[in-house]
Design a protein. Structure first.
Length: 314
């Protein structure tokens, strides 16, 4: 029973951390129409910034300042936002497929930098002993993880509430106008490039926050945590849950992570030992099939964006 409770706490914590990242993508794609294929890059920037700021000092590494948890979170979001600002200025004039290719390439570059910048990131060995404020609260790991889950849940609630207000604000309505018809938004005097950049930076900042929360939870970071499959997972979560709807983003994160872990567990139990190495491919195959079926049968997702009509319409 204790083992099941421990696993449920772990599962829920990771699912909610992914929900923060999916909410960031929903602002970019669901509200603004920005095709960001470099999610894992901003996730990695936030994770490494948090680790460098909060991990205990090690003489062989630059950084590891041992700063407080909240300072680490703020630093992770600031680093991700700054990277998104620089990348956005260089790429946001691109459209659709070209933007996706550019952001994917940048994410791959970030992963390679994490692997090779050993004095800063620890290289393939990574950075260990990353703290979180709940780890030393009691002698019970389950209690500590439950406390961290409470922190993550509070952060998800704050992010959700903030995004709901933002999307309903005049700024959010301009984003939707840009998504629907960029030329029309320009003719109304809106600085489309500025609004796109703002949405890109804010969404990427949330992705960095998710990376910081994750490495704080597991206590370790290495380049192997930031493979391209993570971008596929996040996009799948948003599409299945419902693009343009923050509730759908959270629901999609929980459901897809549940399916991913269930398929992994089933593979471990049912697939012969000599084929266990193909378990990851099976997970991607099944999730990909579910994604295709969702696009065919429910293209708006499980909780898609609600259609709205202006009160001024005839």
């Amino acid at each position: 029973m204790i083992g099941l409770l421990s696993y449920l706490v772990f599962f829920t914590s990771v699912a909610l951390i992914f929900a923060v990242v999916v909410l960031g993508l929903n602002l970019q794609w669901g509200s603004t129409g920005l095709f960001n294929a470099g999610i894992v890059g901003f996730y990695a920037i936030g994770a490494y910034a948090f680790a460098i700021l909060t991990a205990p000092p090690r003489p062989e590494l630059i950084g590891n300042f041992g700063l407080p948890w909240l300072v680490g979170l703020a630093g992770a979001m600031a680093a991700s936002a700054f990277a998104a600002l620089i990348i956005g200025l260089a790429t946001l004039k691109l459209r659709d497929d070209y933007l996706a290719i550019a952001t994917f390439g940048i994410a791959s570059t970030i992963q390679l930098l994490a692997l090779n910048a050993e004095p800063l990131t620890g290289g393939a060995m990574g950075i260990a002993s990353i703290p979180n404020p709940a780890r030393g609260l009691s002698g019970s790991p389950i209690v500590n993880n439950l406390c961290y889950l409470g922190l993550v849940l509070a952060i998800v609630a704050l992010v959700y509430g903030g995004l709901q207000r933002i999307v309903a604000s005049p700024w959010g309505r301009v984003l939707k106008a840009i998504r629907e018809d960029e030329i029309a938004a320009q003719t109304l005097g809106k600085d489309v490039s500025l609004f796109r950049l703002q949405a890109f930076v804010l969404g990427s900042m949330l992705m960095g926050l998710g990376g910081a929360l994750y490495v704080g939870f597991v206590g370790f970071v290495s380049p192997s945590d930031f493979m391209p499959i993570l971008t596929f997972q996040i996009w799948t979560m948003l599409i299945i849950g419902g693009s343009g709807n923050n509730k759908g983003a959270i629901l999609g994160a929980i459901l897809v992570w549940a399916l991913w872990t269930l398929i992994g567990a089933a593979t471990a139990q049912l697939v012969p030992a000599q084929y266990q190495a193909y378990g990851g491919a099976l997970q991607s195959l099944v999730i990909g099939l579910i994604l295709v079926l969702t696009l065919l049968l429910r293209p708006r997702g499980l909780i898609g964006e609600r259609s709205t009509t202006s009160r001024h319409a005839a």
